[in-house]
Design a protein around this ligand. Structure first.
Ligand SMILES: Cc1cc2nc3c(=O)[nH]c(=O)nc-3n(C[C@H](O)[C@H](O)[C@H](O)COP(=O)(O)OP(=O)(O)OC[C@H]3O[C@@H](n4cnc5c(N)ncnc54)[C@H](O)[C@@H]3O)c2cc1C
Length: 597
């Protein structure tokens, strides 16, 4: 690292450190870690991975249920092609078939390799990697490590990265990529501990910075993560985004009294699907088991979007609780059964004074996963030369709805593919041309310095919350033209407030939030615009004024930066699956829901 000698001595621009590196990986969850491992395995030494938190502490650790790959442990008739077919079906054929094929083909090898690297999979009696049923998958294809799959996966990757001596820098937040819209040259950020500004000179940048599900007020993500940093950074650098309007709402998040400090932190947190899998029933405040009206055959075990919409409808029609939810009741099972099958859930509610064996819990849909992200080619590269996006930051694999267990799969599959491509093209450390230092780097650092300690009118937390509230209100589960337009107007008012924030010093939480508000404004606008433009209902996107699928809309909406801060949307056609996948689709495999564990 060196102190820069480029800033003109006479200006008031604060100093900044410079770091030269061939490949900068922004994000150290499963996707970033796997990309870095591939690079190191292929002999690329000059790689730096960084994240906003410490090593091994990424959102990935919260994934619980499992990771997909057609190993066929129990069901030898499963294949990568059926995995791909299930993914396309659940994505309502808006997925990019080539990317789906890449993930499905890669995964058996990726799962075995993780085994070699020490992932502590749950196993069958004869020591094979165990696999279970997961919603909408034709066979038992989801590998898991108890109910801590993500943590175990990331531990294995971090151990492997450390074995390969891959450098990691913690507590660094990237605020802007250095790009001229055609190519990327590095990134600007700050050290969240020391408060120093840093310019990373890097010829290749891999964005593995997670998703955007937390632009909603009720969400399952960790606090302060998934605010859309990855997509917003790429968009600002000149890349396109796609499918942003598709947000998966998990049907059962905790619905709590947010004025109660003991319950408030639990708002939106996931109540595992397993509660319904083990027989949990949903009731409205009239005591009706309302799924009988929405899905008489599959009832509470229907697809996530169907159950989530049913709950939202009940609440909208006045049959919800004061906390905006409905009741999930498993009290017909005895305490021993619940403690054995759902230990963490039982414990969590018991600590809050609710005995699941005696009474129902309150649940409501919660924002869980953004299917959209950055447009990339088959190797994870964006249309900005040298800029890659992988994992939850990228678009294309999930289409209109994500198959559970496929996002962890996407992280390691595309981490590998992108790492492999970068290894072929990497060409020594990058360097930011002087004109971009002047036009991009210095204004960015001056802007950050000006924001730090700013004595503005608006409280950062309040603006952050206002944005999340408006997304819930206007771009939640049940959408229509009028409300989406009102949402865009409300977003413009939030944008104005965001220009005059009251912010602490650079190392404060409020400074991080102030930067995040900027990322959230971009991602929120794409969701609202795309949802308004898509005049149909498909997968996770439901328009009450256009309740049916419109075949003419089998297209992806893309979003690009336009002049003067504007946003341009466009549509692009979806590709066709290859013959093998088409044959699997024609065979019509599907899950017998009664087999769900
Ligand atoms: C409760 C929950 C349960 C889930 N369960 C499953 C499951 O069972 N199976 C499944 O397949 N999927 C599951 N998912 C989804 C899955 O966990 C994620 O899609 C996946 O872990 C994303 O990994 P990632 O590497 O792309 O990003 P992340 O793990 O989110 O990592 C992002 C990284 O980027 C860094 N970062 C972000 N912004 C910046 C910035 N501005 N500057 C610097 N660094 C930055 C972060 O610090 C972090 O290191 C679940 C999600 C949730 C919320």
């Amino acid at each position: 690292m060196s102190k820069n000698d480029r800033s003109p001595a006479a200006t008031s621009l604060p100093g900044y450190d410079e770091v030269d590196v061939s490949v900068l990986v922004v994000g150290a969850g499963a996707a970033g870690a796997r990309a870095a491992i591939e690079l190191a395995d292929q002999g690329v030494e000059d790689v730096l991975v960084l994240g906003k938190r410490s090593h091994g502490d990424a959102h990935t650790t919260w994934a619980r249920g499992g990771i997909n790959g057609a190993l066929g442990t129990h069901d030898p008739e499963d294949s990568w092609a059926i995995h791909a077919a299930d993914t396309l079906n659940e994505g309502h054929f808006l997925n990019d078939p080539a990317k789906v094929e890449t993930v499905a083909k890669q995964m058996p090898d990726r799962l075995r390799e993780l085994d070699e690297w020490g992932m502590d999979y749950s196993r069958t009696d004869d020591g094979e990697i165990d696999q279970r049923f997961f919603g909408a998958q034709s066979f038992r294809r989801t590998a898991f490590a108890g109910d801590h799959t993500g943590e175990s996966l990331l531990n294995a990757l971090v151990d492997r990265a450390q074995e390969l001596s891959i450098p990691y820098r913690e507590d660094v937040m990237i605020t802007k990529l250095v790009s001229d819209d055609d190519a990327v040259y590095g990134a600007v950020g700050f050290d969240m501990d020391s408060g120093e500004f840093v310019l990373f000179n890097a010829g290749t940048v891999v964005l593995a910075a997670g998703g955007y599900a937390a632009v909603y007020n009720r969400h399952t993500s960790r606090d302060d993560e998934n605010n859309g940093d990855g997509p917003a950074l790429a968009y600002d650098a000149g890349a396109s985004l796609m499918d942003m309007e598709f947000v998966q709402f998990h049907p059962t998040g905790m619905a709590v009294d947010e004025s109660d400090p003991e319950w408030e932190p639990w708002s939106g947190r996931l109540v595992t699907e397993a509660v319904r899998g083990e027989g949990g029933r949903l009731y409205n405040t009239d005591g009706e088991r309302f799924m009988e009206r929405y899905s008489p055959d599959q009832m509470e075990l229907d697809a996530r979007d169907v159950v989530a919409r049913a709950i939202a409808q009940e609440v909208a029609e006045g049959r919800g609780t004061d906390n905006g939810g409905v009741y999930l009741d498993i009290s017909h099972r005895d305490a021993e059964f619940i403690q054995e099958r759902l230990p963490r859930m039982y414990e969590r509610f018991a600590e809050l004074g609710v005995d699941m064996a005696e009474e129902p819990v309150e649940v409501a849909p919660t924002s869980h996963y953004g299917m959209g992200g950055v447009v990339v080619d088959d190797h994870g590269e964006t249309d900005v030369d040298g800029l890659f996006a992988v994992g939850e930051t990228m678009a294309g694999v999930h289409g209109a709805n994500r198959l559970g267990g496929n996002s962890l799969a996407e992280t390691v599959a595309f981490g590998t593919v992108a790492g492999d491509r970068i290894a072929d093209r990497v060409d020594g450390p990058g360097s930011v041309p002087d004109d971009l230092v002047e036009s991009v780097v210095e204004p960015q650092i001056a802007g950050l310095a000006e924001t730090a300690g700013r004595d503005g009118i608006h409280d950062v937390d309040a603006v952050f919350a206002e944005l999340q509230d408006l997304m819930w209100e206007h771009a939640g589960l049940l959408r229509d033209e009028e409300s989406l337009s009102a949402g865009l107007d409300a977003l413009a008012r939030v944008r104005e407030k965001a220009g005059d924030l009251d912010v602490g010093p650079i190392t404060s939480r409020s400074f991080e939030y102030a930067v995040d508000v900027g990322f959230m404004l971009t991602t929120a606008e794409t969701v609202l615009r795309g949802a308004r433009e898509r005049t149909e209902s498909r997968g996770a996107h439901y328009r009450t004024d256009y309740p049916d699928v419109d075949e003419a809309w089998q297209q992806n909406i893309t979003y690009e930066r336009a002049d003067l801060g504007g946003m341009r949307t466009d549509v692009s056609p979806v590709g066709s699956p290859d013959e093998t996948v088409q044959a699997a689709l024609d065979e019509g495999h599907e899950l017998d829901y009664h087999q769900l564990e």
